[in-house]
Design a binder for this molecule. Sequence first.
Ligand code: SF4
Ligand code: SF4
Length: 225
Amino acid sequence: MIVTKEKPLEEILGFLMPHKRILIVGCDGCTQPPRGVREAKTYAMLVEMGGKLKNREIQCRTTTVAKQCDNNLCATTLTSQVKDIEAILSLACGVGVQTLSEVFPDIPVYPGQNTIFIGSQERESGTLYEKCKACGDCLLAETGGVCPITRCAKQLLNGPCGGQAKGKCEVGGWKNDCAWILIYNRLKDKGRLSEFTKFREQRDFRISQSPREINETEEKTEETP
Ligand code: SF4
Ligand code: SF4
């Protein structure tokens, strides 16, 4: 899931202040915490109240899209709803905001969220953990399912470094587990320590050079026997 965090209301009001009719668009896709229509209604209330406190009347309407990162879904769901709209406040991740900006180039689209990371959720504690940096060359098969790119503070491919003590990492004040000690323990339990001692060459950073693109149509054609 894509983990996002609310932008401060003052910042959002700063974007919206020149506009009167706003459409607040939630996303029912992978954004966490959820940012659907219920959250859009909460934002609408806050923005309208915030506007009043600044002697400005802002009218908000609310809606949501199944996935804001899908340009077709955005166009079919929202085209009829943006006719008299002066600006859009998106509650999706940065990809959703950019998709809406491309689908509706004449309407300013503002982000309501800061996009933080790709993560997993631990429901019991309500904590979201960063787990993947979309590096383009997944190593999990040989690291016991622990990602060194995300979980090692120095993104080392051959660890641990001298900065670990009692399984903790020096970066961040010995709070986080050392990724390479986790990897060692996982591989040891599985009787696969030869993968731990294997030397991993420097990554080819060209494959994660931004901006990246994938043509789904070409990929499907190549897969067809
Ligand atoms: S190695 Fe880590 S960052 Fe790269 S794709 Fe796998 S989980 Fe994601
Ligand atoms: S102590 Fe472990 S997690 Fe921290 S930088 Fe060194 S190898 Fe990476």
